[in-house]
Design a protein around this ligand. Structure first.
Ligand code: SF4
Length: 399
């Protein structure tokens, strides 16, 4: 049975209701348990548990140190292309947005990767919009193969594929696949994805299973907070993670907690999740899944990230650019503008990324909040008594 069948039978409305209605005595009782169920997780993300955030934070920190040690792993996103055939209302790369686009050549990708390696990164996430013409399977395999010799850990965040289409990417050296459901609310999902293959909710929901079939060793999931009620989304992510830990147990699992950021198209969040609620959710995921990696990106401010690192986060990005060519200016000559998916002469775009000397001005996916360099973030991690780890341990053990 795939997760879709299990998802369809989850009592989600009842669990959200239970979460909203729980009291501090029930939360205390939940905190005495060693193994937690989805109903227990609903207690941990409740308003009542929010009042006991300090206790939650202490437990989460303790558990994280026990399971992962005092280390924070670093990775960098490397954007290959911002072409996309999908219209996702909340994304800067959405097909109909009149933005500046480019797809890097394999040589340019290598230049970007070397610039990241020079900063210390050995764990790179290749990100691309979904556009079979520009971002074909063959192109992705070439990019992975070109990087594999120099970068020990290469993961992908690209348009979902069939297991057979993933296999050449694994063979080329990709070890991880990240796919966010964005929102687990079917009605909101349908409304936000107005055109393109991404409209198919179930196909996306089954992507981690296809990735596992294709032998990716690391799988990342998550919801984009700001689209549906955060407690509903968190319950769905927890149920999804629970399923993958049972059915795809040979892969290591990570959960990301991205919140919406400003981007081209100026989409306004439909729901709000406070900083305090994000902290609570990190702790709840840690207590529910002691061995799962928790990922935090530069979408969050430096101040909030610094506070969250010791509480349960195990993997972070730093010094990120969300536009192709952002680290070296690669691809500058091939930038073009699209209006409703059609290429037009390059004009001034209010969404052009400032060139800052060497970056391209292709449009980024979203504005980042933590603008510190990777080196600054690594030093901060050290000042907290943690070790910044640039190389992925699993890959190191198997290569
Ligand atoms: S979220 Fe992904 S699929 Fe949707 S427009 Fe952005 S890049 Fe394309």
């Amino acid at each position: 049975m795939s997760f879709v069948a299990e998802f369809n039978s989850l009592p989600l409305a009842a669990l959200v209701k239970r979460s909203l209605g729980t009291d501090s005595a029930a939360v205390r009782e939940t905190l005495t348990r060693d193994r937690l169920s989805l109903a227990d997780f609903a207690q941990l993300i409740s308003p009542a548990a929010g009042v006991a955030l300090e206790t939650l934070g202490q437990r989460s920190q303790q558990l994280t140190r026990q399971r992962f040690g005092k280390v924070i792993r670093l990775f960098a996103p490397l954007y290959l292309s911002n072409e996309c055939i999908n219209n996702c209302k909340y994304c800067g790369f959405s097909r109909d947005n009149p933005i500046l686009r480019v797809t890097l050549t394999v040589d340019e990708v290598q230049r970007e990767a070397r610039a990241l390696a020079a900063q210390g990164f050995r764990n790179i996430l290749l990100v691309a919009g979904e556009h079979p013409k520009f971002v074909s399977n063959g192109y992705l395999a070439e990019c992975v193969a070109a990087l594999h010799a120099e970068i020990p850990s290469v993961s992908l965040e690209v348009g979902p594929m069939e297991a057979d289409e993933y296999r050449p990417l694994v063979t080329a050296g990709a070890d991880g696949l990240v796919v966010y459901q964005e929102t687990y609310d079917r009605a909101i999902y349908d409304d936000l994805h107005t055109a393109g293959p991404k409209k198919n909710f179930d196909w996306r929901l089954e992507t981690p299973e296809r990735a596992y079939t294709a032998c990716f060793r690391r799988i990342g999931i998550g919801a984009l907070y700001g689209l549906a009620d955060w407690r509903y989304e968190a319950l769905c992510v927890a149920a999804h993670a629970d399923y993958l830990l049972r059915d795809c147990w040979k892969a290591s699992l990570t959960i990301s907690l991205p919140r919406l950021r400003p981007c081209a198209g100026e989409f306004e969040p439909l729901t709000h999740m406070t900083d305090r609620e994000l902290v609570q959710l990190v702790c709840a995921f840690r207590l529910m899944f002691p061995d799962v990696g928790l990922v935090l990106s530069t979408r969050e401010s430096a101040k909030l990230r610094d506070g969250l690192f010791p509480l349960g986060i195990t993997l972070i990005s730093a010094g990120s650019h969300t536009e192709p060519g952002g680290y070296t200016g690669a691809g500058k000559e091939n930038i073009h503008q699209t209006v409703r998916g059609r290429i037009v002469d390059v004009g001034a775009s209010e969404w052009a990324t400032p060139t800052n000397g060497n970056a391209t001005n292709a449009t980024g996916q979203f504005n980042i909040a933590d603008e510190r360099s990777a080196d600054e973030v690594a030093k901060l991690i050290q000042s907290l008594g943690y070790e910044p780890v640039w190389k992925d341990w699993d890959a190191a053990l198997t290569t």
